[in-house]
Design a binder for this molecule. Structure first.
Ligand SMILES: Cc1ncc(C[n+]2csc(CCOP(=O)(O)OP(=O)(O)O)c2C)c(N)n1
Ligand SMILES: [Mg+2]
Length: 898
């Protein structure tokens, strides 16, 4: 902290008319201590004084803020080790090419979009990183992990172009990825550029949270001995506007609690977001400082560039820092767009002594006083301090100008975020401002510019990257495939539970327990729970594999005398995340992408209350999909009518519909243990042996019933989405039906089968539909293929093929929305009646809920009879009788709207 400035501020802020001399004496004695014993001793004295004051009833106001000044005073600045002039030229070329990409793309096709201003403000923040800090992956070193701000992507591409990693053609096709030869994705998307981008960051707020959990996961891998200890860093570059997203700051206390000094946030504080100022009426940097300091982060503020240093030095009274702290961000933004004379009058003009300080500077020079985030020396000092800091994560709050260098075309203006086109004059000005070697005529064509390979710029840039271990960003899959021979492991679950009543959740936990003991995957399985392990009956794992805690267990757990005590351990395997589905999902992503990030095949199993998954954190799931994350999401306590009691906000009948939207996600609603065993075994093989970029969503329920043995080899059916679970024994019946059930509702279909047969003479087959999504995907794919290949023999969708000539009416029931079965109806041989749980859940028992939502055996039977009636196979009187006998109230509440 800058003691000098603190003292000076206090000095100028004497609010109670205390004698200047008295204050001066105090200050001088502190100065004397500083001189003789240094900052640490001085700090200790101040701490003691503060404690003494508190004991004596002095109520010192809490402030987590330091003055509006650079955290690192220039006298403590390290020497800048680079060639500043060359780095400036390189940066100017990156700036130019980034701008050229966007301007060119929008000339070819207006409205293709792209952003100039974000990177323009962040260029120095990135270039100092590229030239001095970001370490690539080598044989010996795992490399730093960098989350690039999504909207800065053009700058990152432009640099890769100078590095020779991207071609002019690729730059030309920025945002036109479908052009021959391929283009560049708008933002960081590993799905679209799997050799380049590692982390999707453009949905703002996700990457700060993901970065925190990534840093923590790196420690977890080290503490469990799965990777060597290293000082690799996780860098996350964010916008200041982005910090308004709740997720951005939502986990910062975890980072400090876990002492993640491997984590560095760089917040580009250009004081602007898309529409206007982030805090026009306040100070975003000071606000963030207090939030992060309050959360015990190491905060480094980089406000002012080197040009300010001599002025600050001349200001022995601390008037300037005081003045700096007075302006709100809206005023600061105005200073950016105004002339030097305006700055003199409105900023320095508040006090004649301030005016005197800048008297030697012409108006032009006043305009050119750089901000800290544009000064490589200040940025370097901050990064160096951040990388060397021990014991806490660091956040760098760097003051910049949005649209820096765009001048009239948008520098500091409210419209700058959307600026995509520059006119000829503006291009020339930008070219001259950054000394890009293009003449007046050429420059208006906005060509990409790359100096020859043997130029000092390219040589320097390459040498720097070489000494830092290679290029970043770069994504590669480094983990070796697993053998994944797990027949033995899963076989036990094919046999059923011998009449014992268990839930699919219990069955899954049993599998998890076995997987944790497996010689190949035991160590790689990562159970993740958001304070819900007991809900899922996983507490036995606490003891057996332990809960991860970076400090072990510093207390004797209250239940130490019990068998299943709450065991925390430094090498604990369970990630017990507390009540944060978002945080748990971030751990899932870190673990499920470790095959690329770390070359380690960790297999996450994230089990949570299913309603709080897709419904709450779908955007993280989408990011996981983009990132090619592998692993298993387990939606626990699933099913709108299966989760009894909990009511409207808990009972999930939605997640399987929401899961439809994620293209590389396979979603299953299994009913029996063997189905889950088949799905997980196959999933591990596909993801970790065959390297498929998919992940899984499996719902598990808490209803207990006997698990049947696998009825023959139905593996293919389970995986493809449906198989006949129990055919009717009555082959002669005239009245026929096919009943589709899923999850716990499959048992209602089985009961309906009995009712129909015994009471109404209807012979029904019962099918377990494990995945409507798989059937839907297959149906669509088949249809598409047929449309594109009209000359070939048409293919038949799996569901059509599988049903074959199964006779009778078709009725489907699930614990999810009716739309799920409906979406496959076009590939069915006949009309489908769908029963589902559209509507709000409510607290009740299972039977009442299934009656309310009309998905129980009676309603399945009724729907079947009704279908037969429509087909003219039975009289209406049969239905009337059924309604009566089954005890159905036709005037009951409509679950959809009541
Ligand atoms: C979740 C989400 N909401 C909205 C947007 C749209 N958006 C893109 S950039 C932007 C403003 C960014 O401001 P800031 O974070 O300050 O970054 P800067 O460009 O100023 O560096 C907005 C609102 C988004 N990308 N993600
Ligand atoms: Mg901003």
């Amino acid at each position: 902290m800058n003691n000098e400035i603190m003292n000076n501020e206090a000095f100028t802020q004497s609010r109670h008319g205390i004698d200047d001399v008295e204050i001066q004496e105090w200050l001088e004695s502190l100065d004397a201590v500083l001189e003789s014993s240094g900052t640490e001793v001085a700090a200790e004295i101040l701490e003691r004084l503060r404690a003494h004051a508190t004991v004596n009833g002095i109520d010192l106001p809490f402030t987590a803020n330091t003055p509006y000044a650079n955290t690192i005073p220039h006298r403590l600045e390290p020497r800048f080790p680079g060639d500043q002039e060359l780095e400036r030229r390189i940066k100017s070329l990156v700036r130019w090419n980034a701008l050229a990409m966007v301007v060119r793309a929008n000339r070819v096709e207006s409205n293709i979009g792209g952003h100039i201003s974000t990177y323009a403000s962040a260029a120095t923040l990135y270039e100092v990183g590229f030239n001095h800090f970001f370490r690539g992956r080598t044989e010996q070193f795992e490399g730093d992990t960098i989350y690039f701000q999504g909207h800065a992507a053009p700058g990152i591409y432009a640099r890769a172009f100078l590095e020779g990693r991207l071609s002019p053609q690729q730059l030309e096709n920025f945002r036109r990825e479908l052009k021959p030869g391929g283009g560049l994705s708008s933002y960081p998307h590993p799905w679209l550029m799997p050799d380049f981008w590692e982390f999707p960051t453009v949905s703002m707020g996700l990457s700060p949270l993901m970065a925190i959990y990534q840093a923590r996961y790196n420690r977890y891998l080290e503490d469990r001995g799965l990777k060597p200890v290293s000082d690799a860093k996780v860098w996350a570059f964010l916008g200041d506007g982005e910090t308004d997203e709740p997720e951005s700051l939502g986990a910062i206390t975890l980072a400090s609690r876990e002492k993640l000094d491997n984590l560095i946030f760089v917040i580009n504080c250009n004081l602007q977001r898309l529409d206007g100022p982030v805090r026009g009426n306040g100070q975003i940097i000071q606000e963030l400082e207090s939030a992060f300091r309050g959360a015990r982060w190491n905060v480094i503020k980089v406000f002012w560039g080197s040009e300010w240093d001599p002025i600050l030095d001349r200001d022995t009274e601390g008037l300037l820092v005081k003045r700096m702290g007075e302006l709100v961000d809206g005023e600061y933004q105005k200073l950016v767009v105004e002339s030097g004379a305006y700055v003199r009058q409105h900023f320095f003009g508040s006090d004649p002594r301030l005016l005197q300080l800048v008297e030697p500077l012409a108006d032009d020079a006043l305009r050119r006083l750089r901000l800290g985030g544009h000064d490589p020396r200040k940025v370097y000092a901050a990064y160096k301090a951040a990388t060397e800091f021990k014991g806490a994560p660091t956040v760098i709050l760097a003051r910049t100008i949005k649209g820096y260098g765009l001048g009239e075309a948008g520098e500091g203006k409210n419209v700058t975020h959307q600026q995509k086109k520059l006119n000829e004059d503006e291009l020339r000005v930008f070219r001259s401002r950054f000394a890009v070697p293009l003449n007046d005529e050429d420059c208006v064509e906005v060509p990409f510019y790359r100096p020859p390979d043997n130029s000092p710029e390219i040589q320097y840039l390459r040498a720097r990257r070489e000494s830092l271990g290679g290029y970043v960003p770069q994504r590669s899959v480094r983990a070796k495939p697993l053998v994944a021979d797990h027949d033995e492991l899963f076989k036990e679950f094919h046999d059923g539970s011998d009449g014992r009543e268990v839930s699919t959740t219990m069955a899954f936990v049993g599998m998890l327990r076995k997987m944790l003991k497996d010689p190949e995957i035991g160590k790689l399985v990562i159970p993740i729970v958001p304070d819900e392990a007991r809900t899922f009956g996983m507490e036995s794992l606490f003891r057996t594999v332990g809960i991860y805690s970076s400090v072990g267990q510093r207390y004797e757990p209250v239940d130490v005398n019990t068998l299943l005590y709450y065991k925390e351990a430094k090498d604990g395997q369970i990630l017990e995340e507390g009540i944060t589905e978002a945080g748990s999902m971030a751990s899932f992503i870190a673990a499920g992408s470790a095959y690329a990030t770390h070359g380690i095949n960790t297999i996450p199993f994230f089990i949570y209350y299913s309603m709080f998954g897709f419904q709450r954190i779908a955007d993280f799931i989408w990011a996981a999909a983009d990132m090619r994350t592998r692993g298993f999401l387990l939606g626990g306590t699933a099913g709108r009518t299966t989760l009894a009691g909990e009511g409207l906000q808990h009972q999930d009948g939605n997640s399987h519909v929401l899961a439809l939207s994620v293209p590389n996600l396979r979603a299953y609603d299994p009913a029996f243990a063997y189905e889950i065993a088949v799905i997980i075994q196959d999933g591990i093989r596909r993801m970790y042996k065959d390297g498929e970029n998919i992940f899984y969503y499996i719902t598990v329920m808490n209803e207990q019933y006997p698990m049947p043995a696998m009825p023959g080899d139905v593996t293919e059916g389970i995986l493809n989405g449906m198989y006949r679970f129990r055919a009717s024994g009555n082959k002669k019946a005239k009245l026929r039906a096919q009943l589709f059930g899923s999850g716990a509702i499959l048992r209602e279909a089985l009961q309906a089968q009995e009712i129909l047969e015994s009471k109404f003479g209807v012979a029904a087959d019962v099918w377990s539909v494990t995945s409507y999504k798989q059937l839907y995907v297959d149906g669509n794919e088949t249809e598409r293929w047929n449309r594109l290949h009209p000359g070939s023999k048409p293919r038949v969708p799996y569901v059509t093929r599988t049903l074959g000539d199964a006779p009778g009416v078709l009725v489907a029931a699930s614990d999810y929305l009716k739309t799920l079965p409906n979406m496959i109806s076009k590939w069915l041989p006949r009309r489908l009646a769908s029963l589902g749980t559209d509507g709000f859940g409510r607290s009740e028992g299972r039977a009442a809920l299934r009656d309310f939502f009309e998905v129980d055996a009676r309603f399945i039977a009724l729907a079947t009879l009704h279908e037969l009636f429509i087909d003219g196979k039975i009289e209406r009187s049969v239905i009337d009788k059924a309604i009566k006998e089954l005890g159905i109230n036709p005037e009951k509440l409509n679950p959809v709207v009541s």
